[in-house]
Design a protein around this ligand. Sequence first.
Ligand code: TYM
Length: 331
Amino acid sequence: MEIVVSGIRPTGNLHLGNYFGAIRNFVKMQENNNCFFFIADYHSLTTHPTPADLHGSVKRVLVDYLAAGIDPEKVTLYLQSDIPETAELYLFLNMNAYMGELERCTSFKDKARSQPENINAGLLTYPTLMAADIIIHKATKVPVGKDQEQHLEMTRTFANRFNRLYHVDYFPEPVAYNFGEELVKIPGLDGSTKMGKSEGEGNAIFLSDTPEAIKKKVMKAVTDAGPTEPNQEKPQPILNLFNLMNVVSKPETVAHFEALYNSCQIRYGDLKKQLAQDMIDFTAPFRERIAELSANDAYLRKVVNMGAEKAHESAARTVRDVREIIGFKVF
Ligand code: TYM
């Protein structure tokens, strides 16, 4: 049985990017693997949330996880901060993580460029914390979106380096994984190539969005004046709308609008109306469950406690071994 680990940062609700990049795979993988899925609340501290915001976001993501079909009886569903062993392993890994390789990491460079006033050490060492999350359960598969590929590469580097340094074969090599397919990147509605919360309001469709909110966002999505020649290549914002349609609409619907585009007869208003409706239908079952679960704090508490207990067992075993390997022996 494979050991599967993955996490999501609590920054508001889950959106279609998270869903198609990660959660959908979690739900498929929970059937036949030993899965550990968590809410990366330590990671979210790089952006300095207020205590109330942090707590609210963690609850929202937990509810969304459950609403999307993660079964806490089948997987270990937990909060990263409930397993402080992760912080200890992160410390050990940081001793062998080099400034150069951390500074070269694309996500660090992007953040350093976009928020020069907050380039903190947590951002720099984000990949070592992520490696700790993964190898603390000795994972082999990590279901993630395409944007996390480089972090997985670094995780393998840190795991292999530990093995080499201490002449052990302790940590397996984890790989980024998408159920039988290429890793995906779901585009945003603002013409950008990635759907994400930090990309700005209106760019992402959340699982919890009301039908009205979805309609509003989709109708505002960036388009252009339309094709002028048959079979013209699609510019990014238009390609994005088609890619989004590909994940929520029927293949016939996509083919219909492709044909209209290729013959220069497309009306973007019609395409958007259809896309909005298909997104509303797709998210409807999640919306209902989100409302139910949000009102059930007792159940959420039970889920989190159960997850913490199971995750702790696995994490404590690894950290005990790692301490021994490093030479922190029991007298
Ligand atoms: P995060 O919280 O940004 O995103 C969570 C997951 O959703 C995927 N994702 C997307 N996939 C496709 N298209 C998109 N537009 C899109 N937006 C998000 C991400 O690839 C990710 O799989 N560093 C991680 C969280 C993390 C983690 C871990 C993941 C912390 N420790 C250990 C795996 C294993 C992150 O920030 O993901």
